[in-house]
Design a protein around this ligand. Sequence first.
Ligand code: AMP
Length: 271
Amino acid sequence: MEAARRGGLSSGFVPTMGALHEGHRKLIQAARHECDWLAVSIFVNPTQFGPEEDFDTYPRDLDSDLAMCRQLGVDLVFQPGRDEVYPATHRTFVEVETVTSHLCGRFRPGHFRGVATVVLKLLNILQPDRAYFGEKDAQQTVVVRQLVKDLNLPVDIRQVPTVREFDGLAISSRNQHLGPQERRAATVLFRALKEIRTMVLQGARDAGRIRRRGLRLLSQEPLVEVEYLEMVDPETMQPISQVRGPARAAAAIRVGGVRLIDNLLCEDAGR
Ligand code: AMP
């Protein structure tokens, strides 16, 4: 990226864990559109997985990832080994406070510590002008923005809208682990979020009532187990009791053994 900068070119970076899909494609295309030089990283980051989580079974498909990167005109695919990122001598981890205290931060202890650490390392290694993250992981973007602000990192963080399947399910590498019945059941997540957004657009303000309506919808699907469903402030990721401005409805569910997350910005244009 240094060479790009020296030549007066702008550089972009899309961090991923591989098993690239249409969501990643959108990020890479956005970056390709805005930057002269583009790097994509593929690294299944062990430190963001808990001991009981799916690090070992996380989907990996390097050949198809490289084909997509080639097709999209990526200049560099950075695919470090585990020991390169975390040599035996590695001692430093980054904790981003407050914005990690709810939602996935609450249910995946240590997850954002792993995310913040690896993102900081990748940004330091690649030194891009811009880095691209998906709205599907909205809390992650907030965490990364906080990290960048607090540690004075010279990078512009861009967020790209969530890419969905035809029936609204947010595309995720983990979707391939859903059986046909689970796949059908999983669509309730986006339906519940859309219902919440409609309530807000129609003037609902009581976050407790809005949340209960969403939970009721989710509970109609017997294969679904709810981890959380919250209305939060989109800037701070803290739960709110009243909708007074833009709010984000965010949820995590389990369908079979698969954990899925999604969120939707609820903005009342007339407010
Ligand atoms: P992952 O490989 O799952 O760590 O994701 C890498 C990046 O792609 C993250 O910034 C994600 O938010 C983003 N991403 C994953 N799925 C989607 C999606 N369906 N739409 C948009 N961005 C996504």
